[in-house]
Design a protein around this ligand. Sequence first.
Ligand code: SF4
Length: 78
Amino acid sequence: MKIVFERKKCIGCGSCQALCPQYWEITKDERAHLKDSEKNPKTGNEEIEVEEVGCIQEAADSCPVECIYIIKKPDAKA
Ligand code: SF4
């Protein structure tokens, strides 16, 4: 599945980092960064492909501005 992080909406509350430090960190500009992600040049969003959503689900659920999107793709193997 794909994780999309709309960084411009982030208010830097730190909730994602607290719940899921494997994937999230707060950077010097006081916004979150999705680790190992690539920046989409068109949207400015950070994007990453993951096999398992893991704690990213909790981070997304806890985000007060709902700027973490989990996009489940149709099963490509089917
Ligand atoms: S939980 Fe949401 S608003 Fe808070 S730091 Fe993470 S991405 Fe930003």
